[in-house]
Ligand binder design. Sequence first.
Ligand code: XUL
Ligand code: CO
Length: 439
Amino acid sequence: MSTQADFFKGIPKIAYMPSAGPGDVLCFKHYNAGEVLMGKTMEDWLRFSVCFWHSFCGTGVDPFGYQTLHRPWNEGTPMEAAKRRVRAAFEFFTKLGVKYYTFHDRDMAPEGSTLEESNRNLDEITDLTLQLQNQTGIKVLWITCNLFTHPRYMNGAATNPDVHVLAYAGAQVKKGLDIAKKLGAENFVFWGGREGFHSILNTDVGAELKHMANFFKMAVKYKEKIGLNCQFLIEPKPKEPCKHQYDYDAMSVIAFLKHYDLEKHFKLNIEPNHTTLAGHSYEHDIIMASSFGMLGSVDANTGSPDLGWDTDQFPMDIRNTTLVMKTIIEQGGIQPGGLNFDAKVRRESTNLEDLFIAHIGAMDAFARGLRNAVCMIQDGLLPGMVKERYMSYNCRLGEKVEAGSATLEDLEACIKETGEPKFTSGQQEKFESIFNHYI
Ligand code: XUL
Ligand code: CO
């Protein structure tokens, strides 16, 4: 069978057309893959990835309504449909010009009635994806195992009170890691959707956290054993489907990793829609994770402030993309991670074309964010003002505080000598006005 699919008839390879008009939505107006900014191409700064589950498995079903998205690739037996989906996906990636994709084991290939059958299905479908990867040069940004949809996982996977369920999850992850190796995945994600609780009354939190840590240690060991060279990532989320999820936010995950001596094996995959569900601002976990050297990848999406759930919308807000890209530039890039669009078109966006428009719009929003952040950093005005705020540390006492060698006696002596500190304006509005100049 040819590798060429033809699901998106009439849609050409998406081109960069900077002077296109406002109504031209099937071209990039800002994303120019090969353009070099601060020593790297836009493609390398942004490392865009399309997610398989929302864009190729999503049907528009929500808790209140049936399917609205009738995709031409979802036809035939489950295995036939799986192959059609893969072909449609590679046609889409190629036309869009995105080099990476992400998937769960169970959205790539249907679950069988036994573990062996599920594994065989996955082998067969990933033979096809490998062939298409080799033909197109498109790569896997990350793979993850779905340890939350099947009813066996209703009480959790690695934190399930039943060790047999933990064992099933382990068997699934073992296979997932083999597939990651086969496809050359650059990262592997753990998202603990059901690793948490609904009631503290029936839950031994201490035991569950220890089981989860030991589960991760088994994964690290197996990864090393098979020589899989990829970055492990944990994706924080505070709730949904659980009432409380252990991987609540960036700081909870970092504390967990440090407590169980796992921090050198993992980084974080931050999804801003999860960050806002935790009650933080959009950029909060991006900045917290990066400050600890733990920002590994981004599930680039957004929520809706007036809905308290994970709406997984395409990120279109230039303020947000500017702040994310500023952090990514400041940490020297996001590789081997990337910007994965864990986002779905609205169930009302029923045209096939909407799938392209959504990705193009989000890619342009991030390209603008990148350009803005580059201007901001190269101008040096805002970074200089931030530096200025901490100037007082350029003294003997400040240096000792920085080095961790100051004592409380030193601090007391300083105050006895200099008296009450003077007021210094934080100038928030000035910072905000200058930021707005760049966006
Ligand atoms: C769920 C979510 C997942 C993970 C991968 O909210 O974000 O899709 O990204 O399992
Ligand atoms: Co996600």
